[in-house]
Ligand binder design. Structure first.
Ligand code: SF4
Length: 229
C-alpha cells in the first residue's frame, strides 16, 4: 500500500518514509499533496504565505477552506504587500494568522541582517508552528540556486514535517495558474520585484538577473532562514 493511502491514525513518519513519500509526490499534482497534508495533519497544520501571489493559498483553500494561513508581519513590509494581504484575506475569507513583531529600537537589519531575520522572521515562525505537526510553504526549486534541490516533503530543523506542494513548479507553471484562475498577485511583481521580502532588504532586479538578486543585495546573504531543512 502506498504511504499516501495509509490510515492517518497510524502515521508517524520515519525519515525513510518521508523520502518514499517524496518520490510519490514527484508524480502527484499539488492539490493531491495538499489533500494528503490536510488528511494527515490537520488541525495540527498551517501554511505560510509571503504574499508575492496567492497561488498556494488558492490551491489550499480549495482543499480546506479553513486552513490556517500564517503571514509574518516583520514591521518592514512594503505597503503593497500589506495591501495584498488584506485583499487576499477578504477575497478568500481566509483563516489568517498575522504574526506581528514589536518594532525594534534600532534598525537591526542594517547592522546585522542575519540576526534580524533570525529574531523577526524565524522567531515568529517558531511561534506560529508551535503545537503543529506539519507546515506548508510555496517554496519552489527554480526560485534560486539555493533552492534547486528542495524536497516536496521533509523534516525541518524543529522535527516538524515541512511540505512544499509546488516545489517542482516552473515560473511558467505559476504564471499559467495565475492567468487561468485570476489569482491575486502583489503589484510589485510587475514593477521589477520577482521576489519580495522586507522593504529595507529588497531591491528591484534588472532583466536577466537572478530573481532573488534583489534580496540583501551586496551581501552574501541569500536566505532568511525560514526554509532551512
Ligand atoms: S529581510 Fe531584512 S528587515 Fe526583514 S527580517 Fe530579514 S534582515 Fe530584517
Amino acid at each position: 500500500m502506498a504511504l499516501v493511502d495509509t490510515p492517518v491514525d497510524i502515521i508517524d513518519f520515519t525519515d525513510r518514509e518521508l523520502a518514499e513519500l517524496n518520490d510519490e509526490f514527484e508524480r502527484l499534482p499539488a492539490s493531491k499533496i495538499i489533500q494528503f497534508a490536510v488528511d494527515t495533519f490537520a488541525p495540527h497544520l498551517c501554511m505560510t504565505a509571503s504574499m508575492t501571489d496567492a497561488v498556494l493559498i488558492d490551491l489550499a483553500v480549495k482543499v480546506d477552506p479553513a486552513i490556517e494561513v500564517v503571514f509574518i508581519d516583520t514591521g518592514y513590509h512594503f505597503p503593497e504587500t500589506l495591501a495584498t494581504v488584506e485583499e487576499v484575506r477578504r477575497h478568500y475569507g481566509l483563516n489568517l494568522r498575522m504574526m506581528t513583531v514589536a518594532r525594534q529600537q534600532e534598525d537591526l537589519w542594517a547592522a546585522d541582517p542575519e540576526n534580524c531575520c533570525s529574531a523577526v522572521k524565524v522567531g515568529q515562525l517558531d511561534r506560529a508552528v508551535a503545537g503543529k505537526r506539519a507546515w506548508m510553504s510555496g517554496l519552489r526549486r527554480n526560485e534560486a540556486a539555493s533552492r534547486e534541490s528542495a524536497p516536496i516533503i521533509a523534516r525541518d530543523l524543529r522535527g516538524l514535517v515541512k511540505i512544499n506542494p509546488i516545489a517542482a513548479w516552473s515560473d511558467l507553471d505559476v504564471q499559467s495558474y495565475i492567468d487561468q484562475h485570476e489569482i491575486i498577485v502583489n503589484p510589485l511583481t510587475k514593477q521589477g520585484y520577482p521576489s519580495i521580502g522586507c522593504m529595507p532588504c529588497t531591491t528591484p532586479v534588472a532583466d536577466g538577473e537572478d530573481p532573488r538578486a534583489g534580496r540583501w543585495r551586496g551581501t552574501d546573504k541569500t536566505e532568511c532562514g525560514l526554509h532551512l531543512a
